[in-house]
Design a protein around this ligand. Structure first.
Ligand SMILES: Cc1cc2nc3c(=O)[nH]c(=O)nc-3n(C[C@H](O)[C@H](O)[C@H](O)COP(=O)(O)O)c2cc1C
Length: 391
């Protein structure tokens, strides 16, 4: 099943490290090449000898134990098709999320541009620690959440390593399931920024996380991805940084002819300032000031209109954010805009949507079909969205 694939298996210093011996056997039975890299602390829980025997490869631990001219963290990152970190400690997750590279495993993770699966395991209070959660969700990896139950530390709660079958199945899926191979997918994300003067602007609360989840997922599913975004992202696909709605419009238009699908997940401002002040506006003695706004182009509508007359027409997917009457408003919007799919978000809820790592959406297609996706990680939602639009 995994012939010709190389898995870089990172093991960190958690009690669940002993279970990973069996995962190596599962990968080997599927004919994968397994390269094991351990943090020094992992070797308190499992021996190099065991890992070496099972993987049939030397186990890498020391960053400065360089065999040839090529440092290990680069050659390992180049050789592997996927990196799986299991178990992943709170310590290692937080370090990778902050860009810290203080051992071989964290250095490899920083240099790794292919898919990464992370399977955290820890005490339930560590798992719930808000600083840790923030660090975890900064990572654009496939996160296999721990399970709840009796923990080795004596507590009961969420923190047990997920099943090895789950890690194995996700590895196979990411290595072999590429339904978007050969497709060029363009995704927009983030809220546009409309200048008032050189120091002030109008924007919105969009974090860009849904667009990023779509881009990461499309890439993992084999697509050639272009992300047009107002946010700073350093990623392994083509990123076009834009600021205003007008910038976004011209960037998207440039991609139109050569794309198979355009997903407009960005929150584009409906209005911009009519005349941007060239200098900082001074405070005056008046209690009120008036800034005139003018309508921005409706990028989604224009793309849909262009599609009607174009010979090479991409699939067009819009997003709409509603704070009331979600379905009614979404139905009206899809018929007005004419896009192939519309993904409706309820922005009145605090536990999903803007800035959250979770979402719950309703997908509408132009034939009136409606599918609701229950609350889940944005990456899970992204995967489901691609399932719906590409079948
Ligand atoms: C017996 C024992 C079990 C531990 N189990 C875990 C664990 O399951 N998850 C975790 O995040 N940390 C665990 N720790 C703490 C980590 O070992 C510690 O944070 C260490 O710095 C992790 O290093 P590493 O991330 O470089 O491997 C455990 C520590 C001990 C002494």
């Amino acid at each position: 099943m995994l012939s010709g694939k190389t898995i870089l298996l990172g093991i960190t210093g958690g009690i669940a490290a002993y279970k990973i011996c069996e995962l190596i056997r599962m990968y080997k039975r599927a004919n994968a090449e397994v390269l094991v890299v351990c943090t020094p602390n992992a070797l308190n829980f499992v021996t190099k000898l065991t890992l070496q025997n099972l993987s049939k490869n030397p186990v890498a631990v020391e960053e400065f134990d360089i065999k040839d001219f090529n440092p290990e963290h680069i050659s390992y990152a180049d050789r592997a098709d996927i990196m799986v970190i299991a178990p992943a400690t709170a310590n290692t997750i937080s370090k990778i999320s902050q860009g810290i590279c203080d051992n071989l495993l964290t250095s490899i993770a920083c240099a790794f541009t292919k898919p990464v699966i992370i399977a955290p395991a820890m005490n339930c209070n560590m798992w719930e620690n808000p600083i840790f959660q923030e660090n975890l969700h900064k990572l654009h990896y496939e996160i296999l959440e721990p399970e709840s139950g009796y923990l080795a530390c004596g507590y009961e709660g969420k923190g047990r390593l997920c099943s090895l079958d789950k890690i194995f199945d996700k590895t196979v899926e990411l290595l072999t399931y590429k339904p978007l191979n050969g497709k060029k997918i363009v995704i927009t994300s983030g809220g546009t920024i409309e200048d008032i003067d050189p120091v002030r602007y109008i924007s919105n609360y969009s974090s860009g996380k849904m667009g990023l989840a779509l881009a990461d997922t499309a890439k993992n599913l084999g697509a050639d991805v272009t992300l047009i975004t107002t946010k700073d992202v350093s990623h392994k696909y083509n990123v076009v940084k834009v600021k205003s709605a007008l910038d976004m419009k011209s960037a998207v238009e440039k991609e139109f002819e050569n794309s198979d699908c355009i997903i407009m997940a960005a929150a584009v401002a409906d209005y911009r300032v009519k005349e941007v002040y060239p200098q900082k506006m001074k405070k005056t003695s008046d209690d009120e000031i008036t800034i005139t706004l003018v309508k921005n182009p409706d990028i989604l509508k224009e793309l849909c209109d262009r599609k009607k007359t174009s010979s090479s027409a991409p699939l067009i997917v819009g997003f709409c954010a509603e704070s009331e009457n979600l379905l009614e408003n979404a139905k009206e919007k899809i018929s007005k805009k004419g896009c192939d799919f519309l993904i409706a978000n309820d922005i009145s809820r605090k536990d999903i949507g803007f800035s959250s790592d979770y979402n719950e959406v309703t997908i509408l297609d132009k034939n009136g079909e409606v599918k609701k996706l229950e609350r889940a990680y944005k990456r899970t939602i992204a995967r489901e969205i691609f399932k719906v639009i590409y079948g």
